[in-house]
Ligand binder design. Structure first.
Ligand code: ZN
Ligand code: ZN
Length: 487
C-alpha cells in the first residue's frame, strides 16, 4: 500500500522554516502542526489518507527545558492543552523539528520522543490517535506516522507536498529505472519530475471535449493514480472532439469506456472510473476529496461550483478549463465563428483567484442553469422573452464544440500542471498564472482580471480548511453525511 500523503500550505512551510532555522545559536527547534485528516475508503481503490496542515504552533521557550545543536528537551506539561484542542476540533497532532547537525534521518532519540508524545495523546484522546512526525533537513521535509494502536511501529508516507504558487513534493518514492514511455519527458524535466507525477492522485471531472484529452494526456505523462468522473453516456455528436473512444462506446458511460482505453495503453497508471454525476453521487465526492490535483472539465456551472469549494476544503490544486465561443450569421446567411477561446484557470489554496472571483461561476449562470434544467420547455423560447419574463440572460445559446480547440485547451491544462511541478514557463508580465485564455480567432493569449474580493470564502482565506466540513460533504446536506474516519 502506498502511504498517506501530507499537505502543507506555502505559508505553513515558510513559517516553519523561519522558526526552525531561526535559533540565534543554531540550536534544534520544534513546532506543533495540527492536521485535518481526510480519510476515505473507496471501493476498488486503495484507501486514501490525506493529512492537511491547518495550524502551526511554534515551541517557544515555555516549551523547551534545554536545547543544543543536537537535541532539545520538551516540557511535556505543555501538551495536554494541545491534545484537548485536537479532540475539540477533530484534528490530528503533528510534531516537527530540525536537525541543525544535518543528519538526514530520524534518530533513535526521535523514536523515543515520538512514542512518549503518542502515549500521552492516546491516554487523553484514545488509541485511535495519530502522531505525524516531521523533520526539516537541508530544505527537505521528511515525515512518518505512528498510530496509537501500535505506537512502536511507524508508517512510511507517500509524500509531503507544499502548495504555494507551485507544487513542491518531498519524500516521494524513487526508482532506479525510468519507464520506457517517460524517457523523452525525462530529457526535458529530469528524473525526479517523473517520480513526482507518479506520486500524485489526480481527478478529472467531465470526460467530453476537454476532459477526455486531459485524462488521456495525464495518463501518458505518468500520473500514478487517475480518477475519472462523468455520469454521461457517449453520444455520436461528441465524436468530432473526444479522445480515446471508439464507435463501440457510443451509448456507453464515458467514464468506463475511457478507463478501458487508458488501460489498453499499457502505461503504469491506475485508472478508476466513476460513471456518476458529482452532485448526485457521494462516491464521486469522496473520490474527489482523495485527490491531490483536480481537473475541472465539466460544462455545468453547478459542477464547477462544487470543485471551487472542494479545493479550499481539501487543500487541492484546481485546474479548470472551459470554452467560450459565439457564432453569428453573416450577410449571406451562413454561420460565422466570431469568437472562440479556451480558458485554463489554475488555482491553489494560497495562489490565484477562485472560479467565483474569476467570474467563471456567477449567481446568474447558476440560476440560468437550474431554471433551464427544471423547465426544459424554456429552451424553445426566444432569448428576449427569456430575459424579460424569466430573468434568464444569455443562457440558452448552444456553444460550438470544435475538436482542435478543445484539444489545445486540454493540453494547455496538462502543461499547466507540469509547470507547477517544474516551473519552466516565463510568463509575460501582462499574463496571470491563474487565468489564461487562448483566442483561436485572433491567435493571442490573454488573462482576465478577477474581481478583488478580500472576503471571498474560497480564495480570500483558509477558513474552510480550518473549520472543516463538519457533518456533510462540502458542508452541503444534499451531498450526504461524511463517513466516519476509519483507522
Ligand atoms: Zn531528531
Ligand atoms: Zn474567490
Amino acid at each position: 500500500m502506498r502511504g498517506p500523503r501530507i499537505t502543507l500550505l506555502g505559508s505553513h512551510a515558510k513559517r516553519l522554516k523561519d522558526w526552525l532555522l531561526g535559533h540565534p545559536d543554531s540550536h534544534e527547534r520544534g513546532a506543533i502542526i495540527l492536521f485535518r485528516r481526510i480519510s476515505r475508503s473507496i471501493k476498488n481503490l486503495e484507501r486514501s489518507d490525506r493529512f492537511l496542515a491547518v495550524d502551526i504552533i511554534e515551541m517557544n521557550k515555555d516549551w523547551v527545558l534545554e536545547s543544543s545543536k543536537t537535541h532539545f528537551k520538551i516540557n511535556m506539561r505543555k501538551f495536554p492543552k494541545i491534545y484537548f484542542r485536537c479532540e475539540q476540533e477533530g484534528l490530528e497532532l503533528g510534531f516537527v523539528h530540525n536537525h541543525p547537525s544535518g543528519i538526514n534521518e530520524f534518530s533513535v532519540r526521535d523514536d523515543v520522543n515520538e512514542q512518549n508524545i503518542l502515549h500521552g495523546l492516546s491516554r487523553c484522546n484514545g488509541i485511535n490517535s495519530f502522531l505525524i512526525s516531521m523533520i526539516l533537513v537541508d530544505e527537505n521535509w521528511l515525515a512518518r506516522i505512528r498510530h496509537g494502536k501500535d505506537p512502536e511501529r511507524f508508517q512510511k508516507i507517500r509524500h509531503v507536498s507544499v502548495l504555494s504558487d507551485k507544487i513542491e513534493i518531498y519524500g516521494f518514492e524513487t526508482h532506479d529505472e525510468t519507464q520506457e514511455s517517460l524517457k523523452r519527458q525525462e530529457v526535458a524535466f529530469g528524473k525526479p519530475f517523473n517520480e513526482k507525477l507518479q506520486s500524485l492522485r489526480v481527478a478529472v471531472v467531465g470526460l467530453g471535449g476537454t476532459g477526455s484529452p486531459t485524462a488521456t494526456m495525464l495518463a501518458r505523462t505518468g500520473i500514478g493514480e487517475l480518477i475519472i468522473i462523468d455520469g454521461d453516456a457517449l453520444d455520436k455528436t461528441n465524436m468530432n472532439r473526444v479522445h480515446g473512444y471508439t464507435e463501440n462506446d457510443i451509448g456507453k458511460k464515458k467514464a468506463e469506456a475511457l478507463a478501458h482505453y487508458i488501460n489498453s495503453l499499457g502505461l503504469n497508471v491506475i485508472v478508476y472510473p466513476i460513471p456518476e454525476y458529482l452532485g448526485e453521487s457521494s462516491l464521486s465526492i469522496d473520490a474527489l476529496s482523495s485527490a491531490d490535483v483536480v481537473f475541472g472539465c465539466t460544462d455545468d456551472v453547478q459542477g464547477r461550483d462544487y470543485l471551487n469549494q472542494a479545493y479550499s476544503y481539501y487543500s487541492q490544486v484546481l485546474i479548470d478549463s472551459g470554452m467560450a465561443g459565439n457564432v453569428e450569421e453573416n450577410v449571406e446567411g451562413n454561420p460565422e465563428l466570431r469568437s472562440q477561446k479556451g480558458r485554463v484557470s489554475c488555482i491553489l489554496p494560497e495562489s490565484g483567484a477562485c472560479l467565483r472571483c474569476q467570474r467563471v461561476i456567477t449567481d446568474q449562470k447558476l440560476y440560468n442553469e437550474t431554471t433551464l434544467k427544471e423547465n426544459p420547455e424554456l429552451l424553445e423560447l426566444d432569448s428576449k422573452v427569456l430575459e424579460e419574463e424569466y430573468y434568464i440572460i444569455g443562457g440558452t445559446v448552444q456553444s460550438p464544440g470544435i475538436g482542435p480547440f478543445t484539444s489545445i485547451t486540454a493540453n494547455n491544462a496538462v502543461a499547466t500542471l507540469m509547470n507547477l511541478i517544474n516551473c519552466f514557463r516565463k510568463v509575460p508580465s501582462d499574463l496571470r498564472q491563474d487565468n489564461i485564455w487562448i483566442d483561436f480567432i485572433h491567435l493571442h493569449i490573454h488573462s482576465n482580471m478577477p474581481v478583488q474580493d478580500k472576503d471571498c470564502l474560497y480564495c480570500g482565506s483558509n477558513i474552510l480548511l480550518e473549520k472543516g466540513e463538519q457533518t456533510y460533504r462540502l458542508g452541503i446536506p444534499q451531498l450526504g453525511k461524511i463517513p466516519q474516519n476509519v483507522s
